[in-house]
Each structure stands twice: as structure tokens, then as C-alpha cells.
Write a protein of this length. Structure first.
Length: 306
């Protein structure tokens, strides 16, 4: 039993080191992954460590200039109109920003992938109804639909996640269906049918693992889109409301001070830009790393760098 565990652990370490080597082969993707790791850590632990500091007002330090450490390290990025340190607020705001984007992407991916598997594998009339549902959702511009719904409902975190998730379902639905329509005709799926495998086993054990890399790449890109959509809604004033904080809301609150205190909108806007750029770089790396036909490029570069 111990030898089996040792062999399993060595295989896991080997696979992990191989993926790290492939990530190091693409330097831009490597530093993008490091930045995203910092953002995730800020989202997880930022409110626990800095929430009090982020909400503490200091009217004597209103719109304090950045890089002035006379008030402490927390004011390195300056302060807002109520004297609250921008660094602490950006760190705390990462939780709501990432939570909304992650919830919307996860919800739309699970629902869209499930419906896409049914629509692509099944030859019944239900598959056509599923596609028509996707067409109805796509007929409305996603951001406009979110604006209309949130104007009628209370702009809370749950409502924003729900609206953004619904608008992104067709992306995963159409992609999954297109992949399944091609995969279900392959030889290994036909062999599984001949051997008596059930439809559920064929879908989840044979088709889904082939579709999953494509969905992961799309989800990475979609994460950036949803985060920008949430920031746009907060900027328009129908997203998350104060006293909650998001990067988009911080940009909106600082726009009236652009001529006198540009840093109020600049730093949270820079956080949005860097996170979106990092997600796009990592998505490009995932597209190659998850494709067996192109993975060898990263593996060869990783061996040379190693």
C-alpha cells in the first residue's frame, strides 16, 4: 500500500513540475499567473486584514497625494475623498469584484455546459428547444439586458451574479453543442456504444473530458469579460452599491475628481486593466497547454529553459 502511495505521489509531483515548466516557458503567462494569484489572495484574505483600515475615515487626509508615506504605508497610493487609504480599499474591493465574476462564470458554465451536452448528444426535440432558448437570450445585448433587469431589481451581489450568468449561458451552450456534435461521431464513442455503455457514461466519461479544455479556455476569457461588465454596471451606478466596494464602483466615485485627484480612479482602473490583461495572457497559454497537438512547443521551451 505504501509503495502504491509513493508511486502516486511521485507521478503527481512529476505532473505538477511539468505544468510549472510549461508555464515558465511562457514568461508573460507565468507573471500573469503570479499576478492573478496575488489578486486571489487579496480577495480571500484582504477583508480580514484591511477591512477596518479601508473604512476608517480621516478627513484631514482627503484626496491625499500618492507616494506620500508620512501618514503610513497604507497611503502609498493616496486617499479618497473621505481620507480612506486607496491601497486598503483596492485590496478589500478585490473580493466583491472577483466573487461576482467567479460566480457568474461558474453558474453560466455549469448550466450552459449541461444544456450543451444534452443539445449536442440528444437527437430529440428537446435539443431544438434548448437551442431556441439560447437564441432568445442572445437576441438581447448582454449589458443592455443587465441594465434593464438591475434597474427593476435591487442592485445586490446576488442579482448581479444571476443576471450576468444568464447572459453568458449561450456562449457555453453553443460551444459545448458544437464540440459534442463532432465528438459523438468519433470511433471511441462508437466503440463505447457497441460495448453497451449507457448514454450517461458516454457523455460524462468519454465526451466531457474532451470538451473540458475548450470550456476552461473560454471561461478564462469570459472571466475578464464579466469582470469588465460588472465594473461597467458599477460605474453606471446600478451595480454594487456603497458601503460595499468594487473596483468599478471606486472608478465611478473618483470620476468627479479626475481634474484634481486623478489617482482616485486611476489605481482601481489599473487593477481592472492588469487583471483583464493577465486573464487574457493566461487564457492564451491554456489554449496551447491543453491542446496535445501544440503542447510540445511549451514542453520543448521548458526543457531548454530548465
Amino acid at each position: 500500500m505504501s509503495e502504491t502511495q509513493t508511486l502516486t505521489e511521485s507521478k503527481e509531483r512529476g505532473a505538477f513540475s511539468r505544468w510549472i515548466s510549461m508555464l515558465w516557458a511562457d514568461k508573460l503567462a507565468f507573471f500573469a499567473a503570479l499576478f492573478l494569484l496575488i489578486v486571489v489572495l487579496c480577495a480571500l484574505f484582504g477583508p480580514l486584514l484591511m477591512e477596518t483600515l479601508a473604512t476608517k475615515q480621516n478627513l484631514r487626509g482627503r484626496n491625499a497625494m500618492p507616494f506620500d508615506l508620512s501618514r503610513g504605508w497604507a497611503y502609498v497610493l493616496g486617499a479618497d475623498a473621505l481620507g480612506r487609504p486607496l491601497l486598503a480599499r483596492i485590496v478589500v474591493a478585490a473580493q466583491n469584484t472577483i466573487m461576482v465574476a467567479a460566480g457568474a462564470v461558474l453558474g453560466s458554465a455549469v448550466i450552459g455546459c449541461g444544456l450543451g451536452l444534452i443539445a449536442g448528444y440528444s437527437r430529440k426535440r428537446a435539443a431544438q428547444w434548448i437551442m431556441r432558448l439560447g437564441d432568445v437570450i442572445m437576441s438581447f445585448p448582454s449589458l443592455l439586458l443587465a441594465v434593464i433587469v438591475l434597474y427593476m431589481l435591487e442592485p445586490s451581489v446576488g442579482n448581479i451574479v444571476l443576471v450576468l450568468a444568464i447572459t453568458r449561458i449561450p456562449v457555453y451552450l453553443r460551444t459545448t453543442r458544437a464540440e459534442v456534435l463532432e465528438i459523438r461521431e468519433r470511433m471511441f464513442v462508437q466503440a463505447a456504444k457497441v460495448m453497451g455503455a449507457s448514454d450517461r457514461r458516454i457523455v460524462f466519461r468519454h465526451i466531457l473530458p474532451v470538451v473540458l479544455p475548450t470550456l476552461v479556455t473560454i471561461a478564462t476569457l469570459d472571466f475578464a469579460f464579466v469582470m469588465l461588465a460588472e465594473s461597467s454596471l458599477s460605474f453606471l451606478g446600478i451595480g454594487i452599491q456603497a458601503p460595499e466596494i468594487t473596483w468599478g464602483l471606486m472608478v465611478s466615485q473618483g470620476r468627479q475628481y479626475l481634474t484634481t485627484a486623478w489617482w482616485l480612479s486611476f489605481w482601481p482602473g489599473l487593477a481592472i486593466i492588469l487583471t483583464t490583461l493577465s486573464l487574457n495572457l493566461l487564457s492564451n497559454w491554456l489554449r496551447i497547454a491543453l491542446d496535445p497537438a501544440q503542447r510540445w512547443r511549451l514542453e520543448m521551451r521548458g526543457r531548454k529553459n530548465g
